[in-house]
Design a protein around this ligand. Structure first.
Ligand code: BGC
Length: 277
């Protein structure tokens, strides 16, 4: 039988003894991220709002590494639910070291067709949800302070942004605005919290093969179109993002504060200008 050590794929246990929470960890980029944190030695809370079965599968995978994990249902846009989620984590795991504010969604429409409900839902989950999660994590980070044996930092907040933090996106004004907001929220929180030795950073994925953008890669024609926007000429995998989250949350990147790491195969390099201009 494989031991936990056999299953760590040789990954250095960069996050040994740390406690991480990943929102939206039942689908898309979330499961790979939660599993990668567990593989790196962290205990992990797997948040979900729908998809309890998927969340439980992620929990089982994480426990296989010999660390602790449990699933917690909460809507990140609901203040009381976020407060309760972090309070339970502190009760069960003792504290929190890493908050990955990952939960996000799209409700696409051209502006003239976009309802206020579509606008509001995306802002509530993608931006307000990240604010609430960051706020609750920051309170616990400040209360506890730095524990040298665990990490050089008093805590890490990783905001899941998008290339649409800086690339305008026709037909998605709610989503692009939410991610533009995430970028400024992240920088402002980073500035405010750095003196507490809290590091706030963002990961900005490009096109990652997940259900959120299935239409963009599910047929050969769609994928060919998409690849024209990606100089590196491959669609990303959830593991590309998961590995970036582990790196930015670890002490290897302890001096990285208030940065957006684009993990996008070059999508933000204005590939339309590869010729012409
Ligand atoms: C969106 C995807 C899109 C990608 C690149 C992501 O933030 O959620 O739907 O494919 O950006 O445009």
């Amino acid at each position: 039988m494989a031991t936990a050590a056999d299953k760590d794929h040789g990954t250095v246990q960069l996050l040994k003894g740390q406690k991480a929470l990943v929102t939206g960890a039942n689908s898309g980029i979330g499961p790979a991220t939660a599993v990668a944190l567990g593989r790196a030695g962290a205990d992990v809370v797997v948040n979900y709002v729908v998809g309890a079965d998927e969340a439980e599968k992620v929990v089982a995978q994480i426990k296989d590494f010999g660390v602790r994990a449990y699933a917690h249902e909460a809507d990140v846009s609901d203040e009381d639910q976020v407060v309760a989620m972090v309070a339970r984590m502190v009760e069960e795991f003792g504290t929190i070291d890493i908050m990955v504010a990952n939960a996000g969604l799209q409700r696409d429409a051209n502006v003239t067709e976009m309802t206020l409900a579509q606008w509001q839902k995306v802002i509530d989950v993608n931006l307000t949800g990240q604010f609430l999660c960051a706020r609750e994590a920051a309170k616990e980070f400040i209360r506890r302070g730095v524990v040298e044996e665990v990490s050089r930092s008093a805590g890490k907040i990783v905001c899941m942004s998008s290339v649409h933090q800086i690339i305008p996106w026709s037909g998605h004004v709610n989503y692009a605005s939410s991610k533009g907001g995430v970028g400024m929220m992240m920088q402002t929180l980073a500035q405010e919290l750095a003196p507490h030795r809290i590091r706030v950073n963002a990961i900005a994925p490009g096109a990652i093969r997940t259900p959120i953008n299935r239409d963009a890669w599910s047929t050969p024609e769609a994928e060919a179109d998409l690849l024209r926007l990606i100089p590196y000429r491959r669609v990303g995998d959830p593991d590309d993002i998961a590995n970036a989250v582990v790196a930015v949350a670890s002490d290897l990147l302890d001096y990285v504060v208030g940065t957006t790491l684009y993990v996008d195969g070059g999508m933000t390099l204005f590939p339309g200008f590869a010729t012409g201009g």
